[in-house]
Design a protein around this ligand. Structure first.
Ligand code: RP5
Length: 162
């Protein structure tokens, strides 16, 4: 794939069940992306290197998913000014409430845009990244408009049982 515009990172390959929904949207929109595992606490040096280089690599948005004490999005945001979109991944015991609060409760000064827990959050983070790119790309803006129209049409076609 050509130089990625969007980077999708996650703390473990166990996050893929959720984060695949972000990647599916980027594929649908034909946006160049990369997807990789970077762990804040197991590979902190790799995480720092990734975050420090994101801007010069031309990355426009980082979608970061993590579960539990989900410090990956916040720590990446601390090391780059590239916008970070955080996706709370469902966790085994606290069902993702821990992930959500860890990501959304960033102290003032280092923002992480935080999305819903799980599949919806992953898909919406990617749609948000697409919307950011659309600000400076007419083709992507048209694609996003067409996506919204298709979605509206599918609702209009919905039928309920008698
Ligand atoms: C976090 O711990 C990951 O983001 C993942 O959601 C969670 C569990 O990781 P594994 O034990 O499945 O590797 O770092």
């Amino acid at each position: 794939m050509k130089d990625p515009l969007i980077s999708v990172v996650m703390g473990s390959n166990s996050d893929w069940d959720v984060m695949q929904y972000a990647v599916a949207i980027l594929k649908d929109f034909n946006i160049s992306y990369e997807a990789r595992v970077v762990s804040a606490h197991r590979t902190p040096d790799t995480m720092f290197e990734f975050a420090e280089n994101a801007s010069k690599r031309g990355i426009q948005c980082i979608i970061a998913g993590a579960g539990g004490a989900a410090h990956l999005p916040g720590m990446i945001a601390a090391k780059t000014t590239v916008p970070v979109l955080g996706v709370p991944v469902n966790s085994r015991y606290l069902k993702g409430m821990d992930s959500l609060l860890s990501i959304v409760q960033m102290p003032k000064g280092i923002p992480v845009a935080t999305f819903a827990i799980g599949e919806a959050g992953a898909a919406n983070a990617a749609l948000f990244a697409v919307a950011i790119l659309a600000n400076n790309d007419d083709q992507i803006r048209k694609q996003l408009g067409a996506f919204r129209e298709k979605q509206a049409d599918s609702v209009a076609a919905m039928q309920l049982p008698e």
